[in-house]
Ligand binder design. Structure first.
Ligand code: AOF
Ligand code: ZN
Length: 354
């Protein structure tokens, strides 16, 4: 097996992590002994075991003596700092592992390249694959958080076959996507730290913004309500999930939520800066923007997005609220069929190398 095949497996393992990784990266690790995988693991919960720890813990008693002759594969550079948990470089040295293969560097200031350096100085053979595609997407999210000090922003919306977010008649009940797609979006909600919407979406649709259709943690509901439209009676304040966070124009908003007072009446650049700073401080590393149209347009207009997942259903509305248009520079990562729906995934940045 080639190194990149095993790294591919570490990427798969990393993607199993849900939003409980919070501000930490998604990381997977594999231990390979002469072509046989003897251990696997991934980082699951911020503040708890890293991928390398879980991988080593998974090695069967009968195989433990093989650890020093095995190669450790990690989707991200092993950490060399004592954070909430001990440094993984220390663990690798302690277990006398002689070779480590990883994909991208950890962009955290105190680690970036130092983790690899410490291992090399200790005589361990280290091979890096900075251009390895499957882990670039996961690790890109991490680098947004550590270098730009804002969450990774995922835009998610569904449009009718003729490109509308909703029909003209606001009272008409409608579904754009099929139940398979809806379940998938709830799975995504278990993997994101917060679902962000505008007040108008709350008033029109009264969504619960939780992940009730898929097992896993609920995201935190975040509402931008600069014009104080919320009353406190809406569904998100009644649902038993995570405490909502509301960016409000009111001084002492009486909502069952944490509130951040905003002076801005419009989603200006300055307003966005404040919102991003707050989300960063709250360690919400991955945020999904689910609408409405105004909010999606504003994020796109400010170039404040990293990925977009767009469903297109089969129904036509004829007229209604137009769906956002992604910039021509957006890169289509994949297009797939979800039953009768189509899902297209885009990234903002340049095409990643395969
Ligand atoms: C790894 N493997 O699985 C993860 C890493 O101890 P913590 O949880 O506070 O994490 C400290 C840093 O370790 C964190 O900021 C991030 O840079 C890195 N995360 N490193 O070797 C892992 N999750
Ligand atoms: Zn670590």
């Amino acid at each position: 097996m080639k190194n990149i095949d095993i790294l591919g497996r570490t990427a798969q393992l990393a993607s199993l992590a849900d939003s409980r990784v919070r501000d930490n990266p998604r990381v997977g690790a594999v231990l390979l002994h002469e072509g046989r995988i003897i251990g696997e693991g991934y980082h699951q919960v911020a503040g708890q075991a890293h991928a390398e720890v879980n991988c080593l813990d998974s090695v069967a008693a009968a195989d433990r003596s093989l650890i020093p002759e095995s190669v450790m594969y990690v989707s991200l550079e092993p950490c060399c700092i004592k954070g909430r948990t001990p440094a993984c470089t220390g663990l690798i040295l302690k277990e006398h592992i002689r070779k480590v293969v990883f994909a991208q560097r950890d962009t955290t200031d105190e680690i970036s390249g130092r983790g690899a350096g410490i291992l090399r100085e200790a005589g361990i053979r280290v091979k890096e694959y900075p251009d390895f595609g499957p882990t670039r997407a996961t690790n890109a999210g991490r680098s947004v958080f550590t270098t730009e000090h804002r969450p990774f922003i995922l835009l998610k919306y569904a449009q009718s076959a003729d490109g509308f977010l909703r029909p003209k008649d606001r009272d008409r009940s409608y579904w754009i996507t099929n139940p398979i797609s809806r379940r998938l979006t709830h799975r995504w909600r278990t993997q994101t730290n917060a679902v962000l919407v505008g007040a108008r979406t709350i008033i029109d649709d009264d969504p619960q913004l939780n992940a009730r259709l898929f097992p896993g943690p609920d995201p935190r509901p975040v509402v931008i309500d600069l014009r104080d439209r919320l009353t406190g009676k809406e569904g998100i304040f009644q649902a038993g999930g995570q405490r909502p966070l509301v960016f409000t124009g009111r001084k002492a908003a009486k909502l069952k939520a944490d509130t951040i007072e905003m002076k801005d009446k419009e989603l200006s650049k300055k307003a966005f800066r404040r919102i991003m700073k707050k989300l960063y401080e709250l360690k919400l590393g991955h945020v999904t923007v689910e609408g409405g149209a105004t909010l999606l347009h504003a994020f796109l207009e400010h170039g404040l997005w990293d990925e977009a997942r767009v469903f297109t259903g089969t129904g036509r509305f004829g007229t209604g609220l137009p769906a956002p248009v992604l910039p021509a520079t957006a890169h289509l990562v994949r297009r797939e069929r979800i039953g009768t729906d189509t899902l297209a995934v885009y990234t903002r940045q340049q095409k990643l190398k395969p």
